[in-house]
Ligand binder design. Sequence first.
Ligand code: ASP
Length: 449
Amino acid sequence: MFMPAFYNPENNMKVLKFGGTSVGSAERMKGVAKLISDGNRKIVVLSAMSGTTNDLEKIAQCLYEKRHEDANRVIDSLEEKYINTVENLYDTDEYREKGRGLVKSHLGYIRSFTIDLFTVFEEKTVLAQGELLTSAMFYYYLLERHVAAALLPALDFMRINTNNEPDTEYIKDNLAGLLKKYSNEEILITQGYICRNAFGEIDNLQRGGSDYTASLIGAAVGAEEIQIWTDIDGMHNNDPRIVEGTRSISELSFDEAAELAYFGAKILHPTSVLPAKLANIPVRLLNTMKPDAPGTLISSKQKKDRITAVAAKDNITAIKIKSGRMLLAYGFLRKVFEIFESYKTPIDMITTSEVGVSVTIDNNEHLKEIVDDLKKYGTVDVDEDQVIVCVVGDLVAEHPGYAHKILEAVKDIPLRMISYGGSNYNVSLLINARDKEAALKALSSKLFN
Ligand code: ASP
């Protein structure tokens, strides 16, 4: 039978991602199982139990440094945590036994790396065990409860190419094969974060990458919706740890969400917006503790004429390059950018004048080399411990008055850089870290109250 290219049998399915704290204990896992058992077919992406990936990173660090006893200590404590979870998760001896077996085999595998040579390859394999173990434990829990579930191994379909970009065709084809194989199962569990690289080796999508997994899967299957379940009721209009009375935003556009995720809103991983945006699949941010709360819906709809939210990104370094020769010169910016490119260091913010350029970076790994290279083109000043405050909304030039309102709110705070016009959705301010709290509070009271 002829099928149009866009035909997709799974396009009324949802993809739900649960982060580490949502599966952080036996109780929480049971809560997730209840939440997802509503009779609808769905893909469920799981992170490792909270704290696991940090512990696995510690183990890897110990093994690199040949501190085998230290590594074993962390492995022991992880084993204890997982065995405890197993004891509280299952009702029957049969499944408790199976659960213990899982823990023993994954932790035993990690322990085997304390004997041999330890390289990046082994590190990636160790890091993958958290998601593999958590998802298998959860899958067994569903089986114990006679839920029609299947485990889709992420390592069989999630792949990145030689540029570390997702291999979308491969993901789509291989996932489609697995979905066909398990066409009768209601709940399809898979692991976030982990993948294979272009050589077929175990790899990952970087820390916090489970959101990215969910978004890539949503795009690959043409899902009806991608849901990211966390512990707060959606994206807030300012940082609730610093500002009192913040509100959850009911609707955001993909562009606003991307700016907020990139500039500090911790609830969503910045990489996860693009696949959903390209496939035009709405993303909903929901709270496992309050499953009926509406949360935040991210879609292609842009609400007009409003300031939506404020976010802040810490640990920023500002670099100013001043050159008399920039005056009327061309090629200066290219040379500056090439230096950052050669050290694979992305630039976040940029402002220019006729005599110089200021940029910010959030990764100081190659700061010294970058500064040395930049000195060829002029004098260089470096300011560490800066913060980017990002104000997001429908800030098109046709709706005047917002820039004034924003600057008015921070009139008493020294501003190091101001950036507007890069997109229609954000105004970014660079300030000293010690002024962050005052800036966020002032913006909230001026813009939202
Ligand atoms: N477990 C991984 C991490 O802690 C991925 C994730 O949770 O999204 O980074």
